[in-house]
Design a protein around this ligand. Structure first.
Ligand code: NAP
Length: 317
């Protein structure tokens, strides 16, 4: 059953965009991969999408490329069947052409058109530039570059705000400093075990950009724990990271707090973050996340975490 629509929780501004976000944003990068039209897997995914669009989060995050386009297609099916509750919105991202890798102005406009067609909507408020890793910065900023496409969409009113959504701090920092973007989405780099993105978050804040912090569980390890063989940032976790998670689990156990709750609240409590983006693959996760959000974590717990010191970075950058 979808959660009643009056429960968009704890709205706050997304920087200077005029968009409101809730503490949690729901992510769909795992939605629809390999799902065939008309299959039971598609029905299950539509059910998940429906729960997201009627849940307590103001934003559902997708991209042109998630599930090879199926994430947007499934969100579009859910929208057509059950609509979207008041105060919620879908945010998407433009991606490079999946066949040629081209990521210029024209591709940005095509990518946005594809997204709108799959979602079955005529606009989104916020559109991110997604993972611009295969183009260099000068090319992206050139007159026919990807950023020109996004600036054009914003200037024409086709979107209200544009964001940069990617991981590598060395890449993302230049986009933030360009002052072209209204929003930053970083991932896997500001968590209980990783702080590499702190400089980005601070730079974004100085510019009054909105900030999404995605993947507070590192994609797996901090949701499942050190014994899970879980990955961090989509790669096998190195031994020193697993050892760090064991230390955290001991502190968690001594305060009666679950690791996943601590990982979620680490991001939620940061004044550098407007909204934390969590990926889920089943509807029950939504209520579970809200429960974890409500857990009272004592200051002594965070003091004990701080006493461990800033963890050595393990992500690729
Ligand atoms: N470049 C970008 O723009 C970018 C990059 C990365 C991520 N993102 C966005 O951020 C979202 C989150 O990233 P992510 O999904 O990679 O990482 P994540 O949120 O750190 O981790 C997702 C994993 O956590 C598990 N989980 C979620 N809620 C849970 C709960 N209440 N209890 C226990 N486990 C729970 C999920 O399990 P189940 O699957 O079993 O539900 C899922 O496997 C993505 O979906 C995407 O929307 C964007």
């Amino acid at each position: 059953m979808p959660i009643p629509s009056d429960l968009v929780s704890d709205l706050r501004p997304l920087g200077r965009t005029g968009i409101s976000v809730s503490p949690l944003t729901l992510g769909t990068s795992g939605m629809g991969s390999g799902v065939e039209p008309g299959s039971q897997a598609e029905r299950d995914a539509v059910e998940l999408a429906t729960a997201m669009l009627h849940g307590p989060a103001a934003v559902v995050d997708t991209s042109n490329v998630y599930g090879g386009g199926n994430s947007e297609r499934i969100l579009g099916l859910a929208l057509r069947e059950s609509g979207i509750a008041p105060g919620r919105q879908i945010v998407t991202k433009v991606d490079a052409d999946p066949e040629t890798g081209v990521f210029d102005r024209d591709r940005v406009l095509r990518s946005y058109d594809e997204s709108l067609a799959r979602l079955g909507v005529d606009r989104v408020s916020l559109l991110h530039l997604h993972d611009p890793y295969r183009i260099d910065f000068a090319e992206a900023m050139g007159p026919q570059g990807a950023v020109a496409g996004l600036l054009e969409l914003r200037a024409s009113g086709a979107v209200d705000a544009i964001g940069i959504a990617a991981g590598k701090v060395s890449v993302v920092g230049r986009y933030v400093e360009s002052d072209c973007f209204d929003v930053l989405l970083t991932h896997n780099r500001f968590t209980l075990v990783e702080r590499r993105a702190t400089v980005l978050l601070e730079a974004a804040r100085q510019r009054e950009m909105g900030v999404f912090n995605a993947a507070p569980f590192g994609g797996s390890l901090l949701a499942r724990g050190s014994a899970s063989g879980g990955t961090y940032a989509y790669r096998p976790a190195p031994p020193e990271l697993v050892e760090r998670v064991r230390q955290l689990e001991r502190i968690c156990a001594s305060h009666g707090i679950d690791l996943a709750t601590a990982a979620l609240q680490f991001s939620l409590r940061s004044p550098l973050v407007d909204s934390t983006v969590v990926g889920i693959s089943r509807p029950e996760r939504i209520a579970d996340l809200e429960q974890r959000r409500a857990v009272q974590v004592p200051d002594e717990f965070w003091d004990a975490i701080d006493d461990l010191g800033v963890p050595p970075s393990v992500v690729e950058d």
